[in-house]
Design a protein around this ligand. Structure first.
Ligand code: SF4
Length: 457
């Protein structure tokens, strides 16, 4: 039976006022989209309407109040944000039924209010952000969405039919958002989209001015510019690329990793390795030389972490195809691997393919791929024992009841939040907080995680 696709809540947005307000609206929508919300073009289709107000002049206030009144009349479930949100009493006196009022630049509050009014529906088949990420991401890492939709038509995927073809955001808007995030304390940017390497293909890599230079809507330009951002304290944030397909120009970002401009990490959803399965899946950038390229990338940037996901039991996958995948993994030595058993999703063309793989065979293949990739991961992590690595703290623990020592959960550059492993730290000392970055010495490892302690000065 095909898995039914849950309906995502829809958000309507009315944005008033100056260009700055528009940027705020865009940021709020980007966050909501990455939380799985869809946009509604009209009041009627929206589960919640956001009115981003302007309160600069009396005429603007009047216009804002009119817009709130219209949204109340047409929909009735309204959240007010923006400059006029600072006059919550006035708004509430006039419209007691508004669901929430938040002020200008209060992104987290407004996103929280939307979550309360219409909770997001996690959907493993289309969400770019892992389920845990549906909570507001802590301030020290942020998802940066660069485009919507996808031009490919992978046979197991329903995203293009739901989200449409690729629509890339303007590069200057993306960079402005990233800059604001970094200024607000983000230490790690996670670049997401359905197909990050295709960024700008739809806009012919539309060039824009940014800091006095021309930058194109292109993954390489984006990566180079993001790598130059600095926090208020002058710290270079980590910049991680997700959902990269191995088009030829991916080769251009590897030197940026080697130069420290970009976190040496690539998330490439290969899904399979056997040519016949990839063909049936209609995967993009499906080419035979990928193994050679992985070897070349490692020669340029030996510390690169390659993460991928694979599907086992795709219709028509033979034992020989599966064995091909296992052999390929032996050769590719990927650092991080997630595996899934093929599952038909309602509306996906792959459901109609011949020769479905029996559940028991899927399960057996799943166990075999998990065993293989866990062994590769364990060996790779063992090799890190004794090394000094930079980490970022996600969470600091409570002092130990007996000796007062404090531990922390951190990640190295090889670990994307919520999907990869952790570096568990002992004795981090007092005063450390989430988002702190420093060097640690790795003392131990298991299949997925590392253990260590801060380097003593
Ligand atoms: S590349 Fe394929 S799997 Fe990814 S969103 Fe596009 S169609 Fe779906």
């Amino acid at each position: 039976m095909a898995t039914k696709f849950p309906d995502a809540p829809k958000i309507g947005m009315v944005s008033l006022g100056c260009p700055k307000n528009l940027v705020d609206s865009e940021r709020i929508l980007t966050k909501l989209r990455s939380d799985g919300y869809q946009m509604s073009a009209d009041y009627a289709g929206a589960d919640v309407v956001l009115v981003n107000t302007c309160g600069f002049l009396d005429s603007a206030k009047e216009e804002s109040l009119e817009a709130i009144g219209e949204a109340m009349a047409e929909n009735g479930r309204v959240i007010v944000t923006g400059c006029m949100g600072d006059e919550a009493d006035l708004i509430r006196a006039k419209f007691p039924q508004v669901l929430a009022v938040t002020g200008a630049h209060q992104y987290e509050q407004v996103v929280n209010a939307v979550h309360d009014a219409s909770p997001p529906v996690p959907n493993a088949f289309v969400d770019l952000v892992p389920e845990g990420g549906l909570k507001l991401t802590p301030r020290h890492y942020s998802y940066l969405k660069i485009s919507e939709g996808c031009n490919h038509r992978c046979s197991f995927c329903i995203i293009p039919s739901i989200r449409g073809d690729l629509v890339s955001r303007r590069i200057d808007a993306v960079l402005r958002e990233a800059e604001k995030l970094v200024q607000a304390g983000t230490k790690e940017l996670l670049v997401i989209s359905q197909d990050t390497s295709a960024y700008g293909v739809d806009t012919r890599h539309d060039p824009r001015q940014w800091k006095g230079r021309e930058v194109r809507a292109h993954m390489t330009d984006l990566a180079r510019e993001l790598g130059q951002l600095r926090t208020a304290e002058g710290v270079a944030p980590w910049v991680r690329l997700h959902y990269v397909y191995p088009y030829p120009h991916v080769d251009q970002v590897i030197p940026l990793m080697a130069d420290g401009l970009l976190t040496p990490y690539l998330d490439i959803p290969f899904q399979h390795a056997a040519p016949s399965v990839l063909k049936a899946m209609k995967r993009p950038a499906n080419e035979a030389k990928v193994l050679d390229r992985i070897h070349k990338w490692r020669a340029i940037c030996p510390d690169i972490t390659i993460r991928s996901t694979f599907v086992v039991g795709f219709p028509g996958e033979t034992e020989a195809d599966f064995q091909y995948l296992l052999d390929w993994l032996d050769e590719a030595q990927l650092d991080r691997v997630g595996a899934f058993r093929f599952e038909p999703v309602e509306g996906a063309p792959a459901n109609a393919l011949p020769n479905p793989v029996p559940e028991a065979v899927k399960e057996e293949r799943y166990q075999r791929i998990m065993e293989k990739t866990a062994a590769i991961s364990a060996a790779k992590l063992q090799a890190k024992i004794g090394r000094v690595l930079p980490v970022i703290i996600d969470e600091v623990g409570e002092p130990d009841e007996e000796d007062g020592s404090i531990g922390a959960t951190a990640r190295s550059q090889a670990d994307a939040p919520e999907i990869d492993g952790n570096v568990f730290l002992r004795d981090v000392g007092e005063g450390r907080k989430a988002g702190d970055m420093f060097d640690v010495v790795i003392e131990d490892a298991d299949e997925h995680d590392l253990y260590g302690a801060p380097v003593q000065d």
